[in-house]
Design a protein around this ligand. Structure first.
Ligand SMILES: Cc1cc2nc3c(=O)[nH]c(=O)nc-3n(C[C@H](O)[C@H](O)[C@H](O)COP(=O)(O)OP(=O)(O)OC[C@H]3O[C@@H](n4cnc5c(N)ncnc54)[C@H](O)[C@@H]3O)c2cc1C
Length: 455
C-alpha cells in the first residue's frame, strides 16, 4: 500500500515528536524556516555561559534519524480544499494529512516606545545570539519585563554576567502562574539578595527615547533609567548598545497564515478536539499553536509548554498510525530554579483554584535526606484539594534540591483524580541520602493535614 504523505508545519518539539513516533511507517516532511530547532529551555544558561550556545541548538539529524524529510522553508499559505501548501521559496507541496505545529510567538505589548531599537523578546536563536553578543560587548543594563519562569531565568543569567538587571512585574509576587505567594517568599528574597532589582506591582507604562529606550516608565511613578545616550544605533547587534528591554510576558499562537481561512481559531490558538483534529478534514494541530483546556475542570487554559506540546504530538502521531489516542488536557506541571531554590508547581494554584472550587490546603516541611545526613536540605510542599470531592487540584514544592520528579507525583494525583484520603495511604520509599526518615513523607503529611481540616 502507498505510504501516506504527512506534512508537518513547524520544527519545534511537537513536530519532532511526530517524526520520531511515525519513523518510516509514513512519508513525513517537516517544514521549518529557521537554521536550527532550539532547546529553548536551555537558552538562559547559554547567556550565563554555563553552556556553549551550540548546545542549545538541536542537530538536524534528529529529523533525518527519524527517517523524516526536513524542508528548510516557510509556509505562506495552505489551500485546504486542494490539500496544497505554498512556501516562501515558491514551492507547492501536496499532503494527504497536514499537521500544524507552528508554535507561539512572544508577546510584545503595544506600549508607547515598543518599537525602539533596544526592545526585544526572547525566543529565537537570533534573540539568544544578540543577547550573548551584547553582553560580551559590555551591555550594562537590562530591564526584563515579566517575572514568570522565562523572565526570571533570563534575569538571573544577565545578573550572573554582571549586567545591572531590573525585573518588573505587575503582580505582587514572582512566578504568579506557577506558585502562590506564601510558597515563594524565600526565593523572592534570595533573588533580590543576588543583586536583581525587583519591581513588583509595577506596570510598564511607556518606553521613553527617540532611537533607543532612554528610560522605562513604570505606573507607580518609578522610572528606570536605561541609557543616557539616546542617539545610539537602532541596530540591536551594534556594539554601542548599553541597555536593553526584554519582554517575557507571554506567548500568542503563531497562526497568522490561517487568518482568512476556514480553520477554526480562538484567542489562544487553533481549536482542536481531544484527537487533535481541527474543523477541517485531514488537518490536525498540536503544541503551542493550539487552544486547549484544563484537564482539571475542562475550561480553556493556556498551556504553552514543551511538556504539553510533546504529548499532543504523540497523540496525533499514534492516531495517524491507526491507534485511538486522546489528549486529556493541560495539567501544567512546571519547574524553575531561583538562586539555590528549586521550585515547581502543578495544576491550579490556590489563588486560581478559588475561582472554581471551595478548597482546602495542607503543608508539609521535611528535609531532602535524613536530617542527620550531610547535605540534607529543606523541602516544603503545599497541596490544594477540592472540599467537595476531596480530589487534589494543585500542588507546589520548594527545595534546595531538584523537585521536578516530586511535582510529577502531584500531577499524577491530579490527573488520575486521586483523593486526599487515597494520598494518606500513599506508599513511599526512604533512604538516608534520598528522603526524609521512613517516619514520614511530604505528600502523606500534607494530605493528612487537609483531611484533618476537612473533618
Ligand atoms: C526561553 C524559553 C524557555 C522555555 N522553557 C521551558 C521549560 O523549561 N519547560 C517547558 O516545558 N517549556 C519551556 N518553554 C516552552 C516551550 O519551548 C514551548 O512550549 C515549545 O517549544 C512548544 O513547541 P511547539 O513545537 O508547539 O512550538 P515551537 O517550539 O514554537 O515551534 C514552532 C515551529 O513552527 C515553525 N513555524 C512557525 N510558522 C511557520 C510557517 N509559516 N512555516 C513553517 N514553519 C513555521 C517555527 O519556525 C518553529 O520551528 C520555553 C520557551 C522559551 C522561549
Amino acid at each position: 500500500m502507498k505510504k501516506q504523505n504527512i506534512v508537518v508545519i513547524g520544527g519545534g518539539p511537537a513536530a519532532i515528536t511526530i517524526a520520531k513516533t511515525i519513523q518510516d511507517k509514513m512519508n513525513v516532511s517537516i517544514i521549518r524556516p529557521e537554521d536550527h530547532s532550539m532547546i529553548y529551555c536551555a537558552m538562559p544558561y547559554a547567556i550565563e555561559k554555563l553552556l556553549p550556545l551550540e548546545k542549545t541548538l538541536k542537530k538536524d539529524a534528529i529529523v533525518s534519524d527519524a527517517k523524516a524529510k526536513l524542508i528548510r522553508d516557510k509556509v505562506v499559505s495552505v489551500d485546504f480544499e486542494n490539500k496544497t501548501i505554498k512556501t516562501e521559496k515558491d514551492t507547492t507541496l501536496t499532503y494527504d494529512k497536514l499537521v500544524i505545529a507552528t508554535g507561539a510567538t512572544p508577546v510584545l505589548p503595544p506600549i508607547k516606545g515598543h518599537k525602539l531599537g533596544n526592545v526585544m523578546t526572547f525566543k529565537t536563536e537570533d534573540d539568544l545570539k544578540r543577547i550573548i553578543d551584547l553582553v560580551d560587548n559590555g551591555l550594562q543594563k537590562a530591564v526584563v519585563v515579566g517575572a514568570g519562569a522565562i523572565g526570571i531565568e533570563l534575569a538571573q543569567a544577565l545578573n550572573e554576567r554582571k549586567v545591572e538587571t531590573h525585573l518588573v512585574d505587575m503582580t505582587d509576587s514572582i512566578l504568579p502562574n506557577m506558585v502562590d505567594k506564601d510558597m515563594v517568599q524565600n526565593a523572592q528574597k534570595a533573588l533580590i539578595g543576588s543583586g536583581i532589582n525587583l519591581h513588583l506591582q509595577s506596570k510598564v507604562e511607556e518606553l521613553k527615547g527617540s532611537k533607543v529606550v532612554k528610560s522605562v516608565v513604570l505606573g507607580n511613578e518609578k522610572t528606570i533609567n536605561l541609557d543616557s545616550n539616546d542617539n545610539r544605533s537602532t541596530d540591536l547587534n551594534a556594539k554601542n548598545i548599553t541597555g536593553i528591554v526584554v519582554f517575557a510576558v507571554g506567548m500568542r499562537p503563531t497562526v497568522e497564515i490561517f487568518e482568512d481561512t476556514e480553520l477554526e481559531m480562538a484567542r489562544d490558538g487553533i481549536i482542536v478536539n481531544e484527537k487533535m483534529e481541527t474543523n477541517i478534514p485531514d488537518v490536525y494541530a498540536v503544541g503551542d499553536c493550539c487552544q486547549f483546556t484544563s484537564g482539571i475542570n475542562g475550561e480553556v487554559i493556556s498551556g504553552k509548554l514543551a511538556t504539553n506540546a510533546v504529548p499532543m504530538g504523540r497523540v496525533v502521531a499514534f492516531n495517524l498510525l491507526g491507534q485511538n489516542r486522546k489528549y486529556t488536557g493541560f495539567f501544567n506541571g512546571t519547574a524553575t530554579k531561583i538562586t539555590d531554590f528549586f521550585i515547581s508547581g502543578s495544576g491550579f494554584s490556590e489563588t486560581y483554584a478559588k475561582k472554581y472550587f471551595d478548597i482546602e490546603v495542607g503543608y508539609a516541611e521535611f528535609t531532602t535526606a535524613f536530617p542527620i545526613m550531610p547535605g540534607a536540605k529543606k523541602v516544603r510542599l503545599k497541596l490544594i484539594a477540592d472540599k467537595k470531592t476531596h480530589k487534589i487540584v494543585g500542588g507546589q514544592i520548594i527545595s534546595g534540591e531538584p523537585v521536578a520528579d516530586k511535582v510529577d507525583q502531584i500531577t499524577m494525583a491530579i490527573q488520575f483524580g486521586i483523593t486526599v484520603e487515597q494520598l494518606t495511604i500513599f506508599s513511599y520509599s526512604s533512604q538516608p541520602y534520598q528522603s526524609f526518615y521512613p517516619a514520614h513523607n511530604l505528600i502523606v503529611k500534607a494530605a493528612e493535614e487537609i483531611l484533618k481540616k476537612l473533618k
